[in-house]
Ligand binder design. Structure first.
Ligand code: ZN
Length: 327
């Protein structure tokens, strides 16, 4: 992911921009920016309500991933076709990261924490966006994790060891903890996965004795109930949030980009640790939220990463919410 990023950035930094970049000492400056055209967006946060609960979607940038080899069980030509149908580029996929902050009853809860200072050069915008939303890391009372992949947990602890949310209790799926904290599983894992095990220990090691492990089906906080969604990882969890008539299914990594995996629920991204199990979970959850017309949030959907799911042929389509200027 990062190699592609660097080469893309190198391509963006054209001859003229190089001079400007050196002068301004800004990384990744684009030719447009070098010509004085602003290229930044407004801060990436978006608030919405489910009943009495206020949610804030917080963007953590994106990482680029070559399309080749990304979907394990589909031909590259078919994957490119799905990208074309969604008007997306056919060489690489921009995978966005969007966490949720939940405000209810004077408490501030986070679902996942983004990449922190450990992600792709095009991520790491989480804290700036969180603060721009008027939120303070010291006020976070609970951090709830969906699963233990780096893009979801690394924001909890900086590379130098600093705890980012000093006053928060930490809640993790028991099945996820059992898998990643098991030394035998780590030792038996292929080399390519050893880094992921080490990352989990880096993030959670210092708070291991205080972590609260939860089981699916038992309400964690008022209105927030974890639902087992295994396959992406062994303890991968989604969350049903309800308040009054409002219902939201926080789908975590049930799918990666909706244009590929909501559209084609039987496809498996390379990140799915158990492809067939992930596909079965995906179909079951997409069937449920489409039948019940529930609002959904996906960690890797285009920002603000919330919408609804409609049945469409043998698959589904994600319909984004209409952006609203006020709650
Ligand atoms: Zn993820």
């Amino acid at each position: 992911m990062q190699d592609t990023d660097f080469s893309r950035r190198a391509a963006l930094v054209g001859a003229g921009a190089l001079v400007a970049a050196a002068t301004l000492d800004l990384p990744g400056i684009s030719p447009a920016q070098a010509q004085g055209v602003p290229v930044n967006q407004a801060p990436g946060f978006y608030r919405y309500k489910i009943g009495d609960i206020t949610l804030t979607a917080i963007n953590d940038g994106f990482g680029r991933r070559p399309l080749e080899g990304f979907v394990r069980n589909a031909e590259l030509a078919d994957v490119k076709k799905a990208m074309e149908q969604a008007f997306l580029p056919q060489d690489a996929l921009s995978i966005t990261f969007t966490t949720l902050a939940i405000q209810h009853g004077g408490k501030l809860t986070l679902i996942d924490t983004g990449n922190g200072d450990s992600g792709a050069p095009t991520s790491g915008t989480w804290m700036a966006n969180f603060k721009a939303a008027g939120l303070d890391p010291k006020d976070v009372s609970s951090v709830v994790f969906s699963h233990f992949h780096g893009d979801h947990i690394n924001g909890f602890r900086l590379k130098d060891g600093t705890a980012v949310f000093p006053n928060a209790e930490v809640m993790v799926p028991a099945a996820e903890w059992a898998f990643w904290m098991d030394d035998a599983k780590m030792n038996a894992a292929p080399d390519a996965m050893k880094g992921a095990f080490a990352g989990v220990r880096r993030v959670f090691g210092p708070v291991a004795k205080d972590v609260k492990q939860f089981e699916p089906g038992k309400e964690l906080l008022p209105g927030l109930t974890p639902v087992a969604a295994p396959g992406h990882t062994p303890g991968h969890t989604v969350f049903a949030l309800s308040s009054g008539n409002g219902k939201l299914m926080i789908m975590s990594d049930t799918t990666n980009h909706p244009a590929l995996f909501v559209r084609n629920p039987d496809w498996s991204a390379v990140f799915d640790m158990d492809g067939p199990q992930a596909a079965a979970t995906r179909r079951k959850l997409l069937d449920m939220v489409s039948a019940e017309r529930m609002q959904v949030a996906f960690y890797h959907a285009p920002f603000p990463a919330t919408g609804h799911i409609a049945k469409d042929g043998n698959g589904f389509a994600m319909v984004p919410v209409q952006w609203s200027t006020a709650l």
